[in-house]
Design a protein around this ligand. Structure first.
Ligand SMILES: [Zn+2]
Length: 126
């Protein structure tokens, strides 16, 4: 998977625009504590909230994740490696005291923004 291809996808840009107009400020592609080769799509540093916009295909969304028929074994391995890496990233962040919010790219930007705003409120309250 090309890391660059995942950056600044349309669903991510739409979400960022909504969050920005809600007055929220964040960093994009912020390094994951404990593994600086990985990045958080949208990071709220003070609230310690890490938001990831997961692509349906690459992250095996239950609704749209498909395993291509050609080279199926290779793909299965590839996609399950991705899922393991996601879980590992979540663990690194949680160990460092961050909350992780994963949003499927198929979710409407408005729904996603509402989830982020709720999570920030929760992080600030605790
Ligand atoms: Zn999906």
């Amino acid at each position: 998977m090309s890391r660059a291809a995942r950056r600044d996808t349309a669903p991510e840009l739409a979400l960022r625009r909504l969050l920005h107009s809600a007055g929220l400020r964040y960093r994009v592609n912020y390094p994951v504590p404990g593994n600086r080769r990985r990045t958080i799509d949208i990071a709220f540093i003070r609230a310690r909230l890490a938001v990831f916009i997961d692509g349906c295909f690459w992250h095996s969304c239950p609704e749209h994740g498909t395993s291509p028929a050609a080279n199926s074994h290779w793909w299965e391995t590839k996609l399950s490696t991705n899922s393991e890496r996601d879980r590992d990233t979540d663990r690194l962040l949680e160990d460092a005291g961050w909350e992780v919010l994963r949003i499927w790219e198929h979710e409407a930007a408005e729904t996603a923004a509402a989830q982020v705003i709720d999570a920030i409120a929760r992080c600030r309250a605790s």
